[in-house]
Design a protein around this ligand. Structure first.
Ligand code: B12
Length: 537
């Protein structure tokens, strides 16, 4: 039984591919755990029996539930969890936090099931909220929260939203002044993550060819760049802050020694935010002589293109297994429109240098930005092919653009006909590859279908992507069978008569139907839809 019970809901389709550590809730738990408070962390994605875990964690001393969510399908699961909490334990308040609640706190707190919202960094504010509720002290003056007052109206302690014109393009960005609890600058002041709250062996973070045990690790927060599709400048107020290299290396050593981790996935927004820290971390990792390998999703091509020859060697010697680099577009006009602040030539340059090392590279690109033409979309497909030709270790995934609230492109999308969701429930279909099925979009149905085809085939067109499907034999077989078709479509820029995604839906339907018959449950489409994302709790 715990005073604080934190819940990580399913994340959706992603759960089929990998299950990363619930870093957000580990961070939220760290401060109360360091103060000796009782904390439980229930992760719906790995829990064998969610209800049982809940019963074992909740007792008379439980003061608050905490639920995390990012925009999209995860909101559906977070709401489902919250509904169950409220039905079973109506007296215990539920607090939402995380990226989505931070972007639309008042709307989130207005939902009948949500009592409190913590905006931005939750490490300190949540613990303070818990202590005040436990002691029966008022929370009215607590900065960083939005909540339902005793009168039932919404009290916001996070300042007012201001719309600011960014540049001549007429784009706007949301700012909150005076109110939001300050972002935590000195991350080293935070206590260690309470890994003992997790069943570490249940996680499948990162697939490697040799099946080494992997972990996620966040070593910094924020990003100094201002890409117009990304919510980071709003969430982190555009400030990059990192744990010191010393602290990062301590964390790596702890995961290696105490948990047998040999593959670390640094899931920072921008891992090399400080060049000195970056090099110091690489030097420290080099001592493991590639016994520990690492990957990151937070690195840019222009950062790599500026490394010296010695630094490139150090990158490899430090155990770099693979890198994930946001390219966004293969068209110079769109790169500028996005405010990416780098050039296609810098991307080409770093790609060619990367090709000299056995380091796998995943390039991510986005198609369908507001105002992007069909020709510009095809430039991105062709740039993906160019990068893959120049580097046999590279592969590209191309995602359809999804408007994220608060970002400059969100307001462009609204101006062009996108109808913004008006309540928390409305956000649950805001899924990066399926939102156009539920919300209005500016792109024609033909272009929308083409973007879907590009996205789908990108997962299969390059043989390197196969390792991503390592966790599921069904997906592996699908990959092998479909790869030649996807490759042909990609190389010939032919995305017409696209029907393959329907086949995928039927295959998954069949898989879960079999699973259901085997477990002697009643067959229903509703069950299938739920099962598409995860097993029942
Ligand atoms: C891991 C991750 C995921 C995981 C799931 C994460 C999860 N928690 O469930 C997976 C792989 C599933 C994923 C998928 C996607 N992701 Co993602 N993901 C991340 C990533 C890399 C790390 C998140 C993290 O652990 N951060 C570290 C912790 C410490 O920070 P934090 O989450 O912000 O948590 C702090 C506060 O928010 C707060 N807090 C968080 N939860 C709670 C709960 C309570 C109760 C309280 C009080 C406070 C609190 O306190 C924490 C500590 O200060 C971030 C980028 C990043 N570096 O943060 C992107 C990010 C969250 N993802 C993003 C996006 C766009 C996506 C996708 C749409 C991408 C895509 N193309 O599909 C999908 C959507 C999936 C879905 N349908 O839900 C965006 C967020 C956009 C948004 N509005 O939600 C981010 C910010 C990346 C970016 N810069 O654009 N993602």
């Amino acid at each position: 039984m715990s005073e604080i019970v934190l819940i990580q809901p399913y994340t959706g389709t992603w759960d089929e591919m990998s299950i990363r550590y619930p870093e957000s809730l580990l961070a939220v738990a760290a401060v109360p755990v360091s103060k000796g408070y009782g904390v439980s962390l229930i992760d719906q994605r790995v829990s064998k029996s969610f209800d049982k875990d809940l019963e074992q964690s909740v007792g008379p001393e439980t003061v608050i539930f905490g639920v995390t969510a990012i925009t999209g399908q995860q909101i559906k699961y977070a709401l489902d969890v919250t509904r169950r909490l409220k039905a079973k334990y109506p007296r215990i308040p539920v607090c939402w936090g995380g990226v989505h609640a931070t972007l639309v706190p008042e709307q989130t707190a207005s939902h009948p099931l949500v009592d409190y919202v913590v905006v931005g960094d939750g490490d300190l504010v949540f613990c303070e909220l818990f202590e005040r509720l436990r002691d029966g002290r008022p929370v009215d003056d607590l900065r960083g929260i939005v909540f339902k007052s005793s009168r039932g109206d919404i009290q916001s302690n996070v300042g007012k939203v201001e719309l600011k014109q960014l540049n001549k393009g007429g784009n706007y960005i949301v700012l909150r002044k005076n109110g939001i609890a300050d972002v935590i600058r000195d991350l080293d002041s935070l206590p260690e993550l309470p890994y003992h709250l997790l069943a570490i062996d249940q996680y499948r973070v990162f697939h490697t060819e040799d099946g080494r045990k992997s972990a996620t690790l966040n070593t910094s927060r924020g990003c100094p760049f201002r890409c117009k599709f990304c919510s980071d400048p709003i969430i982190n107020e555009g400030r990059w802050r990192g744990f010191s290299a010393k602290r990062v290396l301590e964390k790596v050593g702890h995961l290696y020694r105490d948990h047998g981790i040999q593959m670390i996935y640094f899931q920072d927004d921008y891992f090399p935010g400080s060049k000195k820290r970056f090099i110091d971390i690489l030097e420290g990792m080099k001592k493991y002589e590639r016994k520990i390998q690492w990957s990151t999703l937070g690195i840019r091509a222009d950062t790599l293109s500026k490394l010296t020859d010695e630094q490139w060697d150090l990158l490899y010697d430090s155990g770099c297994h693979s890198l994930e680099i946001g390219i966004e577009s293969g068209n110079e006009r769109v790169i500028e429109l996005v405010n990416k602040a780098e050039t296609l030539d810098e991307m080409r340059e770093s790609n060619k240098r990367l090709a000299k090392y056995p380091i796998k590279v995943k390039y991510t690109m986005i198609v369908g930005f507001p105002g992007e033409t069909e020709k510009e979309v095809m430039d991105t497909v062709n740039f993906a092919l160019e990068l893959e030709r120049d580097n046999p270790n590279a592969y590209s995934l191309i995602f359809p653009f999804m408007p994220i609230i608060g970002t400059p492109f969100y307001y462009d999308a609204v101006a062009m006909g996108f109808q913004d969701p008006k309540s928390l429930d409305d956000w649950e279909n805001m899924e990066f590859d399926a939102w156009t099925k539920k919300y209005s979009t500016w792109a024609s149905p033909r272009l929308t279908r083409k973007l879907e085809a590009i996205n789908f085939t990108s997962y299969f067109h390059n043989k390197h992507v196969a390792y991503k499907f390592g966790g599921s034999s069904l997906l592996r077989w699908c990959f092998l069978l479909y790869h030649p078709v996807a490759k042909w479509r990609f190389e010939n820029n032919n995305f017409s008569f696209f029907f393959e995604d329907h086949l995928k839906d039927w295959l998954l339907y069949a898989k879960y139907a079999v699973r259901r018959v085997v477990s002697k449950r009643i067959f229903s489409f509703d069950y299938y839809q739920k099962s598409l994302n995860a097993s029942e709790c």
